[in-house]
Design a protein around this ligand. Structure first.
Ligand code: GAR
Length: 219
């Protein structure tokens, strides 16, 4: 029988996306083990969700340079021999060396319909732009910020009177099933990235998969 995939999670904050992966594993929807949780914020609530023995958390301030922090993070991640590395609310930009070291198995969830609204403050920017829809994307990480091939997206309406906070809460509600379904596709070997294109069951996708109301991804 195939062994569960080994997943490392990078998280800087609350950890609700990490929790959804843990719940998916416990509920049999995700065939994986979380083998390490890594943070640039030693006080991150995400770290409380797994045993301390699985956690690595260091402040970048304790390192001489950005590269030195990334190298230490990379060595710690590599030591747990992950098949996949998932950035789930990891709020620090990863350097090109780190990204290249884990190229092809480094994934991020970003709270916008990429390529719209890369970077920070995505909810405020979606409201300001007057978009009718906003959402979240799961994508491969490349050195350019939020620019890698998008595996899947989920959408929510932007409602009259939305604030960045109300919209963020609505988006978070679809991030969890989106991340869970996307990671299960990855660990099952059905989705891969090739030369910047996403392939599902060997076929190139012309656009990202979409999450339906039943929590299923389809083309
Ligand atoms: C999520 O909304 C995630 O999409 C976002 O941070 C939040 C983390 O929530 N990530 C980014 O903005 C990355 N650029 P969580 O800690 O509860 O999972």
């Amino acid at each position: 029988m195939k062994r569960p995939a080994r997943i490392a999670v990078l998280a800087s904050g609350r950890g609700s996306n990490l929790q959804c992966l843990l719940d998916g594993i416990a509920g049999g929807q995700l065939d994986a083990d979380i083998v390490g949780v890594f943070s640039d914020k030693p006080a991150a609530a995400a770290l409380d969700k797994v045993p301390a023995a699985l956690c690595w958390a260091r402040s970048p301030k304790d390192f001489d340079s950005r590269d030195a922090f990334d190298a230490a993070l990379g060595d710690a991640v590599a030591a747990c021999k992950p098949d996949w590395i998932i950035c789930a609310g990891y709020m620090r930009i990863l350097g090109a060396d780190f990204v290249q070291r884990f190229s092809g198995r480094l994934i991020n969830i970003h709270p916008s319909l990429l390529p719209l609204h890369k970077g920070l403050h995505t909810h405020a920017r979606a409201i300001e732009a007057g978009h009718a829809e906003h959402g979240a994307s799961v994508h491969f990480v490349v050195p350019e910020l939020d620019a890698g091939a998008v595996i899947a997206q989920a959408r929510v309406p932007v409602l009259p009177g939305d604030t960045p906070e109300t919209l963020a809460e609505r988006v978070l509600g679809i991030e969890h099933p989106l991340l869970l379904a996307s990671v299960q596709l990855l660990v099952s070997g059905r989705v891969a990235e090739q030369e910047g294109m996403i392939r599902l069951d060997g076929q190139s996708l012309l656009s990202p998969l979409r999450l339906d109301s039943a929590g299923t991804l389809s083309g």
